[in-house]
Write a protein that binds this ligand. Structure first.
Ligand code: ZN
Length: 441
């Protein structure tokens, strides 16, 4: 018997450790669940209590959770370390304030999810209501990524971060499920399909932050935001083309893979040789619209792809690709629109022109509904209704393949990239866009 005693003792220790770990995990989960409602009192605390991943907005294999409530501490650590490594993303003004927050009940609780055992100063504190930086035009992919982690960590009850896949140059195609993820209808919002139109990402991120911050204390036309977002899930893709955005913002520094960098240099040589551009290389990259392969995502959809022949070869813009849907970004957008159970409309933010495009050759009732959508947006923004738009774009695909109203909203009044002075104008016109759409539809 004596020889079995050590084994029995070891088994007891293992069981004991197991119970400890289980209780710790449950404890962490409870902290996250309760602290996600900061500043909102108890209202809506049990809005979506059975969120277990089986959601109307989230079926399908391509559509993966990247920030699960239970994973947030680890992701925060990851986010912070990447943040520290990205020079353009250091935000010293927000400091390393790790002081405790006081919730609405006067109880102290951790202001941020902290990986257990890590240095408290490792994760910089960010006020969840003022995360998105609108004081710079260079709102980069890395900044957006960090902000998505922060926002999701602050509002896990109404935000879920997912990815549709990874781009050619290794960036995630993020999608946020905002509001009630179990709602039986979805509104799709996307931005920065064209690289140099990246201020639209900032706009959409600011919209998300605003609605999250005021989810429980503001209304639109008398309807509480919690009610608007409680009955419709907003599926938001804030940066459709992160590789292209990185080129326009950072030049060659924005290209990670050497073979892709060589290819972009070759595309510049080709565009120059064809007489398509006379810009110097740096200015040419700033005005880049395509993805990193030189394919224009908004010319890569079918139907209508065959009739688009603006450029025969990869270019900074308007090359349609070798086949419809052959680009990762295009395929991801088609996939998510197919997987959503009941998308009721789609808005694709572009720049510039202060215009709303809505005519794609659709007929009858769908045309009428699409025109109404465009008119609602025009009424809110003061933008002009535009005529027939290009084929082979995302909105065209939504109309003809998915059978839903879709618009392209061209923001800004000067050539993209929009200068920082344009942001206040964009914000003034678009701050209440989601609430309007969620109220009218
Ligand atoms: Zn565009």
């Amino acid at each position: 018997m004596r020889r079995f005693l050590p084994y029995a003792a070891a088994a007891l220790i293992i069981i004991g450790l197991g119970l400890l770990v289980c209780s710790a995990v449950i404890h962490i989960h409870n902290i996250r669940t309760s602290s996600g409602m900061e500043g909102s009192g108890n209202a809506g605390k049990d809005d979506f209590p059975e969120d277990n991943g089986a959601q109307n907005a989230s079926d399908g294999g391509l559509f993966k959770v990247v920030v699960d409530v239970n994973d947030i501490p680890a992701l925060y650590e990851n986010s912070a370390s990447q943040n520290n490594g990205a020079a353009q993303n250091n935000d010293t003004s927000q400091g390393h304030d790790t002081a405790q927050d006081t919730d609405s009940n006067g109880n102290e609780e951790p202001s941020d999810p902290q990986p257990s055992g890590s240095e408290p100063a490792f994760v910089p504190y960010r006020d969840p209501d003022h995360i998105v930086n609108t004081d710079t035009t260079l709102y980069t992919y890395e900044m957006m990524k960090t902000d998505l982690y922060y926002l999701t960590a602050a509002h896990p009850d109404i935000m879920e971060l997912r990815t549709l896949g990874t781009t050619e140059d290794g960036r995630e195609l993020y999608v946020v499920l905002f509001g009630n993820r179990k709602a039986d209808r979805q509104i799709f919002i996307c931005a920065a399909t064209h690289a140099r139109e990246y201020m639209t990402t900032q706009l959409v991120m600011k919209q998300m932050e605003f609605y999250a911050a005021h989810y429980h204390d503001q209304s639109y036309n008398g309807v509480p935001l919690s009610e608007i977002f409680g009955r419709t899930c907003f599926v938001v893709m804030p940066m459709v083309n992160p590789d292209g955005v990185s080129i326009s913002q950072l030049g060659e520094q924005g290209i990670r893979r050497q073979d892709l960098l060589d290819n972009v240099r070759a595309i510049y040589a080709s565009d120059t040789a064809r007489g398509y551009t006379s810009l110097d290389y740096a200015s040419y990259l700033v005005r880049w619209k395509a993805n990193v392969l030189g394919t224009d995502i908004n010319r890569n959809f079918s139907p209508g792809w065959e009739s688009v022949n603006e450029h025969p070869v990869p270019s900074a813009d308007h090359y349609k690709g070798a086949a419809p849907g052959d680009q990762i970004e295009t395929a991801a957008q088609m996939q998510i629109m197919r997987e959503l159970s009941n998308p009721i409309l789609a808005v694709s933010y572009h720049s510039y022109g202060n215009l709303v495009y809505y005519q794609y050759g659709q007929q009858g009732d769908l045309y009428t509904r699409n025109q109404q959508l465009a008119q609602h947006i025009s009424n809110m923004t003061g933008y002009t209704l535009a005529g027939y738009s290009n084929e082979a774009g995302f909105a065209n695909w939504c109309v003809h393949v998915r059978g839903i109203p879709a618009v392209v909203v061209e923001t800004g009044s000067t050539a993209a990239p929009l200068p920082l002075s344009q942001f206040a104008d964009l914000w003034g016109r678009h701050q209440w866009m989601w609430a309007m759409l969620g109220t009218v539809y």
